[in-house]
Design a protein around this ligand. Structure first.
Ligand SMILES: Cc1cc2nc3c(=O)[nH]c(=O)nc-3n(C[C@H](O)[C@H](O)[C@H](O)COP(=O)(O)O)c2cc1C
Length: 434
């Protein structure tokens, strides 16, 4: 007879840290399970509007037990939207506000909090549909080394070399100082729409080799003016963006920031520099730090193939800043629990794992982690997004089809406003000028 297993089945108590509430500023999260921002390429028409599929996709993750949902990256200026990843949501005029408000309301109705991830642009990593050159700190083309690609990429790119230009950026042009200021002002103005849409917070998007990161990095920023050279100068773009956003959203609104903990490239932003950026930004008032790592040129750090790859870096951020630190890429709930219990981070953000199983949070809360459909880290989702196709998942056949599942339709009875309306400190320009 086979020996009986002596392993005790997991219970809810095994995840007490992961399931404990946390407060960021005045926003209470019911647990430490956040959905990481992930571009879904579900805004099918390249016009950047929320649609029924997007609502149902987010509803599934909110209903599935996430305490916090961070939206996919939303482009906050007209110029940024001209150079998307492949297709993104937009937020740079009133016309985007109704869809975004519907999204925030839907997530709230299913019991989660939500932050909108706002980007001022992708710089040299953006792709114009008409082939024009994107804006960047310096005119430096982008070149992905094969040995730093994440799982699955080398095979696909070798098989379909026609995809190479889609997966890489084009030669950018150097932004003038006037353009930098105009972009910052427009972006700050756009953040007003995010507050009016009733998101609980804004996450400023500064990792992964995108525009803000490009200004930070000596690898991509060769400017000789006030925006280049010393770390203080390279940080200026971020500091100004944050201060302009803070001015329009007001002191009480929650504003976090995502950063790569280390660029992992020659001449890139070092871990020590990233720590210093986090120190300065939190001294200025940033309310939490959400980590990531690497960039599109150092993809294997950005999309690790094992749990906890960024945890030691996160521990250094925890020591450096007085605000909550969030870290992705810990898929196993036991490891996520341990990460929080060890004090190395405060919140775990789940990316690809949330594609694989939207019910992750509920399964942890019900003490049945064995039922979680585990992400295989095959990166099928990411490779599809890279070539402009809506994400799909080999583990979860329903990813991308949530709009056909009535359980993710918002029940009419819950459509009333769930909280006192948040108002920005300033009105958007088009109302001010009336
Ligand atoms: C398809 C896809 C799209 C992504 N889009 C974004 C994004 O819009 N903004 C962002 O900050 N990170 C983005 N990420 C990165 C994730 O937030 C996360 O950091 C990464 O997937 C590693 O964590 P994981 O192992 O939990 O997936 C994306 C990831 C994937 C797979």
């Amino acid at each position: 007879m086979p020996a009986k297993s002596t392993k005790k089945p997991a219970t809810k108590a095994d995840f007490k840290n992961l399931l404990s509430p946390i407060r960021i500023k005045d926003v209470e999260l019911k647990n430490r399970i956040a959905m990481a921002p992930m571009n879904t390429v579900m805004s099918l028409d390249n016009r950047g509007y929320v649609n029924e599929q997007i609502l149902a996709y987010y509803a599934a993750r909110a209903k599935g037990g996430c305490g916090l949902i961070i939206t996919e990256c939303v482009l906050g200026t007209k110029l940024a939207a001209k150079f998307p990843f492949t297709s993104n949501l937009h937020c740079y005029s009133t016309s985007f506000a109704p869809g975004l408000a519907e999204l925030a309301e839907t997530i709230h109705a299913f019991g989660a909090r939500t932050f909108i991830q706002m980007s001022i642009g992708f710089g040299r990593q953006g792709h114009a549909h008409d082939g024009s050159r994107p804006p960047a700190p310096s005119a430096i083309p982008y070149n992905v080394p094969f040995d730093l690609l994440a799982t699955g990429f080398p095979e696909v790119l070798m098989k379909f070399p026609v995809l190479l230009p889609m997966a890489m950026g084009s030669l950018p042009y150097e932004m003038s100082i006037e353009e930098i200021h105009a972009e910052q002002d427009e972006f700050a103005n756009s953040c007003i729409f995010a507050v009016m849409a009733q998101f609980d917070g804004i996450e400023l998007h500064a990792p992964h080799g995108y525009l803000e990161h490009q200004f930070l990095s000596p690898r991509t920023n060769k400017r000789t003016d006030l925006y280049g050279g010393s770390l203080e100068n390279r940080m200026r773009f971020l500091v100004e963006v944050y201060l302009k956003v803070r001015e329009v959203v007001g002191p009480d609104y929650l504003v976090g920031m995502r950063l790569s903990a280390d660029e992992h490239m020659p001449d890139g932003v070092t871990h020590e520099e990233a720590l210093e950026v986090a120190r300065v930004m939190t001294q200025l008032g940033v309310d939490y730090v959400h980590l990531s790592d690497g960039s599109y040129e150092a993809l294997k750090y950005f999309f690790p193939s094992e749990d906890g790859a960024m945890l030691d870096e996160a521990a250094n951020f925890k020591k450096a800043v007085p605000v909550p630190v969030m870290v992705p890429s810990i898929h196993d709930p036991k490891n996520a629990e341990q990460a929080i219990a060890s004090g190395k981070c405060d919140i775990v953000s789940f990316g690809r794992q949330m594609f694989a199983d939207p019910e992750y949070g509920n399964k942890v809360a019900e003490g049945r982690p064995q039922d979680i459909k585990r992400c295989k880290r095959c990166n099928e989702c990411l490779m599809r997004a890279e070539v402009g196709l809506p994400v799909r998942c080999i583990v979860n056949k329903n990813l991308g089809r949530e709009k056909y599942m009535p359980e993710y339709w918002r029940p009419a009875v819950k459509t009333m406003s769930v909280q006192k309306m948040k108002v920005p400190a300033r009105l958007p320009d088009h109302l001010l000028h009336h």
